[in-house]
Design a protein. Sequence first.
Lengths: 192, 219
Amino acid sequence: MKMKLLSAITLAAAIVLPSQANAERYTIDTKGAHASIQFRIQHLGYSWLNGRFNKFSGSFEYDDKQPSNASVHVEIDTASIDSNHAERDKHLRGEDFLNVSQYPKARFESNAFKENSDGSATLSGNLTLHGVTHPVNIRVSQIGHGSDPWGGYRRGFEGTTQISLQDYGINYNLGPKSKEVELTLSIEGIRQ
Amino acid sequence: MDKQKQAICMNTQHNLSSRIPTRSPDTPPTLGIRNSTEGYGLIAIALHWIVALIVVGLFGLGVWMTGLTYYDDWYRRAPDLHKGIGTLLFLIMILRVVWRATNVAPDDESGISPLQLQAAHLVHLLLYLLLFVLMSSGYLISTADGRSIDVFGLFSLPAIVTDIPNQEDIAGAVHWYLALSLIGLAVLHALAALKHHFINRDRTLKKMLGIPPQPTDQP
């Protein structure tokens, strides 16, 4: 009787929660710096300015058999912004832009993952930046996955998206060509 | 004519009873290059007022330039000017400290309580200290990433310290609060000078303006 009940529960769980049963959890390898969050914005419309966030952490779940159940969670330390110019970084951390003393964290929380016909995928979710939460769609491609030489298993993606600074309440005038920021997220996860 | 004669007469009378020891009543009072026990010399006075002017100017420029927007004409020029003048101020301050150390200090005004004198000297010391730390913090902001500071294209000040965590942010906060403190202290210093001039009616401010002792001055 007891055995029967147990197997019934197991069976029910297997039916109801198939993805959870098979989903693999990955920790983004920020420790080994096999992950980066880069941004670029046009300078006056004449060139691209590149920068990145040096400190962030996160994890994702991904199941080869059911990619649509994939989920991603990333937390960014906004003060770690680095555009390779201390005076500019100081300005970017200040009230005109990220206001990092008031908003030290930016977050991305996914809520949907859809595979496209061209092999890429669209990861949808909410990005919280400068205290404002706004939906974003990230175009994702899987770079590869497999065993690493040290006994672990890794999987990596690259995602790109574009956000409007105004959507996040950042209204400092950098010119008409500099209202949008492109984000590139390169993440490698180590399977747990 | 009569009045003038009378004035000369009075002056002579005062001169006779004058107790200023270092000058004979006959020689006209002059402003020396170096300090004397009677007052500051030309160099010390010039350095004092040049520094005062630059400090106030740099404070105004600093507050103004941080409020500029990206498309302002002065967005790039103002910080360059601020850094250039700041570097020159540092050199002037070095000169000033050397000059101060190699010159006599004029005598303090009589009739000031020891406590008040100590307070005045402490404020002077703090003004010097604040100024040096303030200038250093500004230097640490601009050189945090290893970039040097260009001083009007004349020379560039190289970065030395670049590995303090969040250097530009910490140095920036220090720079701002010390600037406020320095201006506060300078206002106190100026008010004290005015108080000596108008209330105590002594030579404290006159000494820094290079006005030589007059026979009519109270000893």
